[in-house]
Write a protein that binds this ligand. Sequence first.
Ligand SMILES: [Zn+2]
Length: 369
Amino acid sequence: MLTTAIFPGRYVQGEGALAVLGEELARLGARGFAVLDPFAADTLKPEIEAGLAGKVVLASERFGGECSDEEIARLAETAKGSGAEVIAGIGGGKALDTAKAVAHSLGKPVAIVPTIASTDAPTSALSVIYTPDGAFKRYLILPHNPALVLVDTGVIARAPVRFLVAGMGDALSTWFEAEDCRIKRGANMTGRLGPMTAYALARLCYDTLLQFGVLAKAACAQQVVTPALEHIVEANTLLSGLGFESGGLAAAHAIHNGLTVLHETHAYWHGEKVAIGTLALLMLADRPPALIEEVFGFCESVGLPTTLAAIGLGGADDAALMRVAERACAEGETIWNEPHLVNPRRVVAALRAVDAEGARRAKALKLAA
Ligand SMILES: [Zn+2]
């Protein structure tokens, strides 16, 4: 029986980490090309320039906004013309995914510099490709993880707090999904079993959220970096990234994917919908009531959604939830990594149970206040 784990080549994190960007990039090549999202292009250029410290010549181009085949081809052409030996992505999820795809198409290493901690995508060997007008097109599975992931927590702390909270929602699913994969002997993102290392990291991810989530949110709201914020950025980015990729996904992400079929959920972020998917996993998988209570309490403490209304589905009828459930139970979906009886009817039941419990608790909290 083979187990397989995959990792980024190097992970650098801390306040002011951009100051060593040049030193870190120089390990990968003397000439680089950076895809900058509009936030990075408008506000981070002086810090990036200072961090290069003359060690690397870095050309750059502003990201057009969509991780599409067309945008990847455009940026790859420009990068090629610049003679780049390494590609960098600096910004949010789509700019980073685009940089990964550009690097792949040119056969060059990629350095990822996230400016928000809203998902666990930065460390992964995966890009999500969309059409130019923003519809999901396909997953691009890459042969390598990023050679470098560099996270400046001073930059993360300046981003709106909702990004950090959404990242905690994504990270919240990690241990439960990895654990179900472990029990079922379900495949991770490599198609093989995960090693015990991945399951242990997934558990550390969950413990870190419970311990430091509230404190990290408070720090981010004040735009300051504290040890708690550092721990949560590491959980959202590195632990969750390693946990999902090498541990595996199960019901939470499948239910997230189901929720995206209802356009009412489109204003809500990946991690916010994953939080609802996680609560539904707990119901579906018959987790102990004390654990379910703990996870609801965590969501309430950091402001993650616990009811369908909180992700735009206050008026969703059974037919709408059945569409969600059928998508979640599509062939090949990760929900089949659940070591429990799964079918669309049970997924609808789990979503209804989450909604009722979330609403009951919200009412009780209000009465107590
Ligand atoms: Zn996710």
